[in-house]
Write a protein that binds this ligand. Structure first.
Ligand code: ADP
Ligand code: ZN
Ligand code: ZN
Length: 816
């Protein structure tokens, strides 16, 4: 008898591979365990077993595995099934999926870099011989590749040793992330153990009987504890007892209090806050309707206007599902931009929440993986980005997808180019879990599914406190320019409104969907515009650094003093970005505190969090920003939002441009007047009669939906057609052209459905690679799976043509 295992290796390869094992290994191995396998000439990879079998491979001789890594499976069969679905649906390899799904520590390979942990407290005598050899090698050379460790130990089986050193924290994997996301630390106080007993307070009063200040602070502490039942910060205690931190210090010195630090947004919030949430009538009704809907539908859309209190409804739902012992996944488009929401959930659910996202360190990710796998109490609710669909859920009962319309849910690069929302729906189906999709501006795809009865639909049309939605006022800037009522890019109307808001000590948000100072520099004499030498785009002017920058490849150039072509010094900037708005504001309001939020100001450490905190603490009067501002902020002192220029979001060569423009403006507008009074939104535009602008003004989601659906139908776009985009790249223009025509012709002939292209995209060269795009449109009545199989087959024959081998082709299914 021959014994084999079928494994997935973490490489962009299509098939699975067969390895030979001994009878004893065969008996021991279970699906989902990892094995170390030799691959190619000299490489070693961590593979995962997906099947045990006795079939001798036909075309190659099976190599033997090096070793079994796990005692029990670390990957579930459901996960493997999801990987297969993603690989098939999104047309990538299962190796691609496996590689991005797993935390890196679980994927050791010969190339992995291992680093000594200088803070390790382990002494050499706590290590066994093999561990010691590695430890010693790392004293000489601070970073080692796994393959070097294989040489040091002079044996093939090294993964368990490395794993045990990782567990003992003697070593760690080198992080590819340069900047780690580190949440802010907050200082808390708690009572020393011995005073927790019943007569603790009485004892204490005795001890501090001579100091009134200390007595008051202790009493305040007990009072806060009784009311809030959650950890007490030093700041809060000092403020509420109207005392000083010196008193806290004295009490700590006396060992009455102890202080400790917690990350602001991470887990361990002690016990859940138990703040009681009373839903409004509208909210209760929506919650009830969701419950009803989920009785018959697996997926339900919660379409609730901005500030209708969707989060509170999610919280109630989550509570119900975890009470029944289930695991809950709460998906967000992006963690970094959702600090407020993450805080609300973590402070409500306390210890039962774990956060998972790609910016966390290897160790943090592994920790959450283990917690989910073992159904730990600490990970009943997982808040995370799309990556979290890959966690090893055991008993998933509910998935919430917040802001389901967000394009960020789709991964662009690298493969797997999967959609987080859609993959989560498949994941939920595997577990028999329910899905709630939430948005104030649902994607057309989702709303269509809801109207078709595929998803349930619950609508919430009022804001939580019954404040009406902000009034939207359009300002025709063409007219304003004519009448000379513009100061820079500000209309007199917008300036008046800002003045008014500032005089009431309210804060203002201004939205300009473009970063930098102004997009292009133009020669006023010959019209030349400086372009990136590597990409087919014009360079963007960044005033702060006085340079031109390519937003595609990062190429920079000092701002030229003369035109490159005609040497004229008459250069002008066209259009405008956030930086210019900020600058104009500083001139208009020299005494106000003005800040800018865009990719450039939030790139550094905590840049984003700091801005949000400062704005919340009212240390900023006017905040200018890009679409980052549209992402779910809940500030209660903002009643005026200005959209500096609505037009540039309308004109994009993209079938989703209008839908996106509507969503973005509605979301930005939603930041105004959330709590007490009716807000106002001022939209400056050259096109006040554009349908989208009109629909934003009247909150006419249905109008937008119907009109856009009509267009989508006519022009054969989703949700009526599924799109597969093939992007071809090569550095030689002619070769690329020839290759893309070959592929286009074959697809067109063999598929019998609409195939467009091979088009030169608006930006036809990036990083010296020319680009061509082919678009395949799959009608609803044509089988999806079969079509994709055919596309794969044609791509395979394309690859066998020698002349085209160097042309790279990337498939993107349901692209955004
Ligand atoms: P949405 O996500 O729908 O835009 P939020 O969930 O952010 O709205 O709610 C808007 C604001 O109203 C938040 O500050 C939230 O705390 C508050 N809020 C909503 N519902 C309740 C409730 N039932 N009790 C107390 N506050 C609520
Ligand atoms: Zn010129
Ligand atoms: Zn470039």
């Amino acid at each position: 008898m021959n014994y084999f295992v079928e494994v997935i290796v973490p490489l962009a390869l299509d098939p699975t591979f067969t390895y030979a094992v001994s009878e004893a290994e065969y008996e021991f191995i279970q699906v989902g365990m990892r094995v170390a396998v030799p691959f190619g000439r000299s490489k070693v990879y961590t593979a995962v077993v997906i099947e045990r079998h006795n079939r001798i491979p036909q075309y190659y001789e099976a190599k033997e595995i090096n070793e079994i890594i796990d005692l029990t499976p670390v990957v579930t069969e459901k996960q493997i099934a999801l990987w297969k679905w993603i690989a098939d649906y999104y047309m990538c390899t299962i190796g691609d999926v496996y590689k991005s799904a797993m935390p890196s520590q679980l994927l050791l390979e010969s190339e992995t870099l291992i680093q000594y942990n200088p803070t390790s407290k382990i002494t050499p005598d706590e290590l066994d011989d093999a561990e010691y050899l590695i430890y010693e090698a790392l004293q000489v050379q601070s970073i080692l590749k796994v393959e070097e460790i294989i040489a040091v130990l002079n044996r093939k089986k090294v993964f368990p040793v490395i794993n045990s050193l990782l567990e003992k924290k003697v070593i760690f994997l080198q992080e590819e992330m340069v900047e780690k996301y580190k949440p802010k630390q907050i200082r808390y106080v708690k009572l020393a153990e011995q005073y927790l007993a019943e007569n603790g307070l009485a004892d204490l009063m005795e001890i501090v009987s001579r100091s009134e200040k200390q007595r008051e602070m202790i009493l305040k502490y007990f009072q806060l504890q009784a009311v809030h039942k959650k950890p007490i910060t030093v700041k809060q205690l000092v403020e509420e007892s109207e005392s000083t931190s010196a008193v806290v210090k004295t009490l700590i010195d006396k060992e009455i209090f102890e202080d400790y630090y917690l990350n602001q947004d991470r887990v361990i919030f002690g016990d859940a806050s138990q703040d009681i949430i009373e839903l409004s009538d509208e909210q209760s009704k929506a919650l009830w309707e969701i419950g009803q809907s989920l009785e018959t539908k697996d997926v339900t859309l919660l379409h609730g206007v901005t500030a209708s209190g969707k989060t509170e409804i999610y919280i109630k739902l989550i509570e119900k599902y975890i009470a029944e012992g289930g695991q809950v996944l709460f998906l967000l488009p992006e963690i970094g931009l959702s600090t407020q929401l993450v805080m609300r959930l973590t402070s409500y659910f306390g210890n039962e929440v774990a956060v998972y996202n790609s910016k966390y360190s290897h160790n943090e990710r592994l920790e959450v993986w283990d917690q989910v796998l073992n159904q730990s109490e600490k990970a009943k609710v997982i808040i995370g980005t799309r990556l979290s669909v890959f966690l090893p859920f055991q008993n998933l009962q509910l998935v919430v997808v917040d802001e389901e319309h967000e394009g960020n849910y789709k991964q662009h690069d690298p493969a797997p180019r999967y959609h987080g929302r859609d993959s989560a729906i498949i994941l939920a189906k595997q577990h028999g879990a329910k899905v709630v999709l939430g948005s104030a501006t649902p994607s057309l795809e989702t709303y269509y599914n809801a109207t078709q009865g595929k998803y349930g639909l619950v609508e919430l049309t009022k804001r939580y406190t019954n404040v009406v939605l902000p009034e939207v006022v359009l300002v025709d800037v063409k007219d304003k320019y004519k009448r000379k009522q513009m100061t820079g890019h500000f209309s007199d109307y917008l300036i008046d409104e800002i003045n008014m808001a500032l005089s009431l000590e309210e804060q203002v948000i201004l939205f300009q969907n473009r970063r930098g100072f102004s997009p292009v520099v133009e020669c006023m004499t010959c019209g030349a515009v400086p372009e990136c030498p590597h990409c087919d785009v014009s360079l963007t002017y960044h005033k702060y650094k006085n340079e031109l920058r390519c937003h595609y490849c990062g190429f920079t150039l000092p701002m030229p003093k003369q035109c490159f072509r005609c040497h004229s010094v008459d250069l002008n900037t066209k259009g405008f970005g956030t930086e210019q708005v900020e600058e104009e504001l500083k001139e208009l309001y020299p005494n106000k505190r003005i800040a800018r939020m865009d990719q450039d100001t939030t790139r550094g450490k905590f840049g984003f969090e700091k801005l949000v905190e400062a704005f919340q603490a009212r240390q900023i009067d006017i905040l200018v920003g890009t679409q980052m501002l549209a992402k779910g902020f809940d500030f209660d002192n903002v009643n005026l939002v200005g959209i500096m220029n609505a037009d540039n979001s309308l004109y994009h060569p993209d079938f989703r441009a209008h839908e996106r423009a509507y969503q973005m403006m509605t979301q930005v507008a939603g930041r105004a007047g959330r709590k007490e009074k009716k807000g106002k939104v001022v939209i400056q535009t050259f096109n006040p009669y554009h349908n989208i602008i009109q629909q934003v003004t009247t909150y006419d989601y249905m109008g937008m939906y119907k009109e856009q659906m009509y267009e989508r139908y006519n022009f054969k776009y989703p949700p009526f057609y599924r799109l597969v985009k093939l992007t071809l790249r090569h550095k030689e223009f002619e070769k690329l052209k020839e290759a893309s025509f070959w592929l286009y012709n074959n697809l067109k002939e063999q598929l019998g459905i609409p195939v467009l292209g091979p088009e030169e995209p608006a930006i036809n060269r990036i990083r010296n690679q020319y680009i061509r795009v082919i678009l395949i449109k799959i009608p609803q009545n044509v089988p999806l799976v079969k079509t994709k199989e055919n596309v794969r087959r044609i791509l395979k024959s394309f690859e066998t043509i020698g002349a085209y081998r160097s042309v790279k082709v990337v498939a993107n299914v349901d692209f955004y």
